[in-house]
Design a protein around this ligand. Structure first.
Ligand code: NDP
Length: 526
């Protein structure tokens, strides 16, 4: 495969050309030389510094300070919103074709900086290098996808029918128009795609943006801010602030000048934001992309080689910290022992360590909180279930300075709380079933409905698609049982407690969420 013909997605990342590794290593070496550098916020086109700073430390080695970031305050939130509000009129009146051109240009700058961004993602999140590069590549594709949809729909300007007015001509036009200042708050686990995706959609549709990344991962979105600035996005149209969700984030949510929001993160914070945001003077669009408790059903007709590969990748890729991570496996009784043995074999071969090292599949979990969560859940598994592998943190060198956890597969009674709780660490529970109805009942008996996987015969897969309650569903996929969505191929979004909009990102109906409709009825004499 030549580097030119290689298109990086989560489906192709298992077999990249060698040149990709060389470029990643070069970018990593440059970044290492700059560890500890200070990074500003971006408000109204200017670098802005706060009085207080916070350190961005590597979860693989907590003695390493990757960079110094600004601890933005409520005043910074207000300044960013004011700048975005001032910039809105001009940006909204900029022809949509020009906005498309600017966002496409920014996406191509992301492409140019992809190795740097991929390495940053390994460093601050703990993603293995292919997952890091994948996140950055997905961001650029999500931005382009929103541009493509604007073009495919003529900027969402459409002539409607002429109503029959006697003696008059009635012309009707439908136009989708931007709302105003759009807030984007993103999580630590996909700081590229889940920042650039919503930001690209909001901007291309004519909104101005204030964006706040997770405190664990400010570096990636600082690079996005630089790409947008270099592309020529006018001052104030995109603003980037960093700091704690509980103070800076809350100040953004509480502002009456915010017209709409895209929040991606945990269920609890998302629901709080939803309720707080409802205190405004009127209802404002609230796109929430929340947690998951993703199930895979495996029947006796499954190809177990493919199933075990997809299940292992989805359970432990990014240390189980994907909203789409496979965290529940239901297996038809006759193939249970064989499948479990295969997953255990594959898991034992997964290499754990420094995520920037190409040999490693698992890096650390993102922070001390997740590390403690893993220990708490593991002790529950040891107490109430049967730990088949893992169940312990790794503390000997070379793991002693980071948050490394062994990938864990456990059997657990179906009535245990962890079958329904999103753990967000490398832990998956597995159980047997004997009849399909019961399996589907267990599969759907959770508050979430994000992704789901299936391995079995094709007619069974159709039954699965018909009955499973989830926004992204896969059958017989080796590259991931429940993970690996890509814009334009598998648009991503959740049902039930996993998402509010019912329309998936990177899909046909997404960019429209960032606009409201105006009907223009013009009547004249013939
Ligand atoms: P959190 O909910 O902890 O944080 C998400 C963002 O919200 C962070 O930027 C955080 O800032 C901010 N925040 C926290 N409190 C407030 C507040 N009161 N007001 C405004 N902002 C606030 O999620 P994680 O970062 O831990 O991400 C993991 C979660 O995200 C998982 O539940 C996962 O399933 C979900 N997720 C969902 C996806 C989907 O598409 N459905 C995709 C990816 C992740 P700070 O970091 O400073 O606290």
């Amino acid at each position: 495969m030549s580097p030119e013909s290689f298109k990086l997605t989560y489906a192709t990342m298992f077999n990249p050309p060698e040149s990709l590794h060389t470029s990643y290593d070069e970018a990593l070496a440059k970044l290492k030389a700059e560890f500890g550098k200070e990074y500003a916020m971006l408000i109204n086109g200017e670098d802005v510094y706060a009085l207080e700073k916070f350190e961005n430390r590597s979860p693989a080695d907590t003695t390493v300070v990757l960079g110094l970031f600004q601890k933005g305050t409520a005043e910074h939130a207000q300044a960013a919103i004011a700048a975005a509000k001032r910039a809105f009129k001009d940006w909204a009146f900029t022809p949509w074709q020009e906005r498309v051109a600017l966002i496409r240009k920014a996406a191509s700058i992301v492409d140019r900086r992809i190795f740097e961004m991929g390495a940053v993602l390994s460093l601050e999140v703990g993603k293995n290098r292919m997952e890091g590069l994948g996140d950055a590549a997905e961001m650029a594709d999500l931005m382009r996808y929103s541009c493509d949809r604007m073009e495919a729909n003529n900027g969402f300007i459409a002539e409607m029918g002429s109503d029959p007015l006697v003696g008059l001509v009635s012309k009707n036009t439908s136009i989708l128009k931007p709302y105003g200042v759009w807030l984007v708050i993103s999580p630590f686990n996909f700081p590229a795609a889940l920042t650039g995706g919503p930001v690209g959609a909001a901007l291309v549709s004519g909104n101005t943006v204030v964006m706040k990344p997770a405190t664990d991962t400010p570096w990636t979105s600082r690079i996005l801010a630089e790409c947008l600035q270099e592309a020529g996005v006018p001052a104030g149209v995109f603003n980037f602030v960093t700091g704690p969700g509980s103070t800076l984030g809350q100040a953004l949510i509480d502002s009456p000048d915010v017209a709409g929001i895209t929040f991606t993160g945990s269920f609890d914070v998302g629901m709080k934001i939803f309720r707080d945001f409802a205190n405004g003077r009127w209802v404002r669009p609230t796109i929430l992309e929340l947690g998951g408790k993703n199930v895979t059903i495996v029947t006796k007709n499954a190809d177990l080689e493919i199933a075990s590969l997809g299940l292992t990748r989805s359970a432990f890729g990014l240390q189980g910290q994907k909203c789409s991570a496979g965290s529940r496996i239901l297996v038809e009784e006759p193939v249970y022992d064989d499948l479990v043995a295969r997953i255990l074999d594959l898991t034992s071969k997964l290499k754990i360590g420094d995520p920037t090292d190409r040999a490693n599949f698992l890096g650390p979990v993102v922070n001390k909180g997740s590390y403690k969560d893993y220990q708490q859940f593991s002790s529950e598994l040891w107490e109430s279930g049967k730990v088949l592998t893992g169940g312990k943190v790794l503390t000997d060198a070379p793991y002693d300075r980071g948050y490394f956890c062994a990938p864990t597969l456990a059997e657990l009674p179906y009535d245990h709380r962890l079958w329904k709780h999103e753990m967000f660490v490398p832990i998956t529970t597995v159980g047997k079933f004997t009849d399909f109805e019961t399996a589907m009942q267990i599969a759907n008996d959770v508050d979430y409905g994000l992704t789901a996987g299936f391995y079995g015969a094709e007619d069974e897969a159709r039954w699965f698609f018909d009955h499973i309650e989830a926004g992204v569903t896969y059958a017989n996929r080796p590259n991931g049982a429940t993970t690996g969505a890509w814009p334009g191929f598998q648009p991503f979004g959740g049902w039930k407690g996993s998402g509010s909009s019912g329309k998936n990102a990177g899909g046909l109906h997404y960019v429209q969420l960032y606009m409201h409709e105006q009907i223009q009825n013009l009547v004249r004499k013939p």
